[in-house]
Ligand binder design. Structure first.
Ligand SMILES: CC(C)(COP(=O)(O)OP(=O)(O)OC[C@H]1O[C@@H](n2cnc3c(N)ncnc32)[C@H](O)[C@@H]1OP(=O)(O)O)[C@@H](O)C(=O)NCCC(=O)NCCS
Length: 153
C-alpha cells in the first residue's frame, strides 16, 4: 500500500469509478452518459482523477468559459475524505488554470454543503449570490462563489 495518491487526466476507462463516487456522494448523481460526455469533451472540459493503489479515490472536473474557470464537480471516494485528496485536485486544477492565463473561477455549491464550502473558502472563493431552487430533486438553493486566481508564479 502506498501512503498517497497521484493525479492524472481522467480517461474513459475511469467512468465506472466516477459513477460509483457520484452515486455514493451526490444527492443528484450524474449518469454514466453525462459523465462520459464530460470526460471526453477535452476542448472545453478538463477532468482529473486522484489514483491510489490503482483505484480512483477522487476526481475533479472543470469547464473553461472564455477566461473563466467553472468548477463543475469534485468528489472523494467514501472513506477517503479528510486526507487532502480534494485539496490536491484543486491545487492541480488551479495551477493548470493559472498556466492558461485564467484569472477568475466560479462554482455553485448547495447551501447545506458546509464541508465543500470550507474547502472552497480555503481557496479564496467568496459567495456573491444565491440561485434559488438550483438543485432539481432537492429544490435546495445554491450559493454562487467566485475567486480571483493568483497569477502563475
Ligand atoms: C467536499 C469533498 C469533495 C471534500 O473532499 P476531501 O478529499 O475530504 O477534502 P480534503 O481532505 O482536501 O479537505 C477536507 C478536510 O480534510 C482536512 N485534511 C486535509 N488533509 C488532511 C490530512 N492529511 N489528514 C486529515 N485531514 C486532512 C482539510 O483540512 C479539510 O478540513 P476542513 O473540511 O475542516 O476544511 C468530499 O467531502 C465529498 O466528496 N463530498 C461529497 C461531494 C460534494 O459535496 N462535492 C462538492 C460539490 S459542490
Amino acid at each position: 500500500m502506498t501512503e498517497s495518491w497521484s493525479i492524472r487526466l481522467c480517461e474513459r476507462r475511469d467512468v465506472n469509478e466516477l459513477l460509483f463516487i457520484e452515486q455514493s456522494q451526490f444527492p443528484e448523481p450524474w449518469t454514466k452518459g453525462m459523465l462520459l460526455d464530460e470526460i471526453t469533451n477535452t476542448e472545453a472540459r478538463r477532468y482529473t482523477v486522484a489514483v491510489q493503489d490503482k483505484k480512483v479515490v477522487g476526481y475533479l472536473g472543470v469547464m473553461f468559459v472564455l477566461d473563466e474557470l467553472h468548477i463543475n464537480t469534485v468528489g472523494t471516494l467514501p472513506g477517503f475524505e479528510g486526507r487532502g485528496i480534494a485539496s490536491s485536485l484543486m491545487d492541480e486544477a488551479l495551477r493548470d488554470a493559472a498556466h492558461r492565463g485564467i484569472t477568475r473561477a466560479t462554482l455553485e455549491v448547495a447551501t447545506s454543503n458546509t464541508r465543500a464550502q470550507r474547502l472552497y473558502y480555503r481557496y479564496g472563493f467568496k459567495p456573491v449570490g444565491v440561485r434559488k431552487n438550483y438543485y432539481e430533486r432537492t429544490k435546495e438553493d445554491a450559493l454562487v462563489l467566485w475567486a480571483d486566481l493568483a497569477p502563475e508564479t
